[in-house]
Design a protein around this ligand. Structure first.
Ligand code: URA
Length: 208
């Protein structure tokens, strides 16, 4: 636990890429420090940037609803992002999300690796293509690997859509998209549970 607190303290000072200059603050991961399941998003949004916590805005509410339907309690998981500063462009008074570049992902990845090395979860859930590509490589195609249990450095991994994709999707497809997210989270929950039962005495894989 104290390891994550120390990491959070250090990450608050991070200047490894230029995003720190415009963002309000570093948004470090939060949740259960002993979580069997870690959920990884892309980067904080406008609301998260202000609040300093991941997934507290509209996408967070979709995630919360999907987790609930999948039978996963948010308090039981740890939620974080690949990139820990908000990347945006200004349009008048509004800050518009910009997808982080490979250089931002590369600069920020040591924090995610450190979080995983501390928590040592049973399973990772990558929310959206940017997050999945950060660990699985840029040639990874989410559409081809939905519903599969993949692996990252010995750690089981499920990749699914980003909750904000549900919000951005056509109105008549949103329910179906949410169902898909729920199904992927159910798969992740079942798999993490199975690994937990099997591995009562086994060491969880370390990622460092
Ligand atoms: N989108 C993300 O990927 N992460 C957040 O924390 C919020 C929105």
């Amino acid at each position: 636990m104290s390891e994550l607190i120390e990491l959070r303290r250090q990450a608050a000072q991070c200047t490894a890429c230029e995003l720190h200059a415009e963002a309000t603050q570093t948004v470090f991961g939060s949740g259960n420090p002993h979580a069997a399941m870690v959920l990884v998003g892309e980067q904080p949004g406008d609301r998260e940037d202000v609040a300093g916590e991941p997934f507290v805005g509209p996408a967070g509410r979709v995630l919360e609803r999907a987790l609930e339907r999948a039978g996963v309690t948010r308090a039981d998981v740890y939620v974080t992002n690949v990139v820990k500063h908000f990347r945006f462009r200004r349009q008048g008074k509004v800050r518009i999300h910009r997808t982080p570049g490979v250089e931002h992902v590369r600069a920020c990845l040591p924090w995610l690796r450190a979080e995983l090395a501390s928590i040592r979860p049973h399973l990772l859930v990558m929310l959206g293509a940017t997050a999945a590509k950060a660990l699985l490589g840029t040639s990874f195609r989410l559409t081809q690997h939905r519903g599969e249990v993949l692996e990252y450095q010995g750690l089981p991994l499920v990749a699914t859509i980003h909750p904000s994709a549900v919000l951005r999707g056509p109105k008549d497809r949103q329910a179906e998209m949410l169902d898909g997210l729920v199904a992927d989270l159910e798969l992740a929950g079942r798999t993490a549970h199975r690994i937990g039962q099997r591995g009562l005495t086994a060491r969880k894989p370390a990622v460092g």
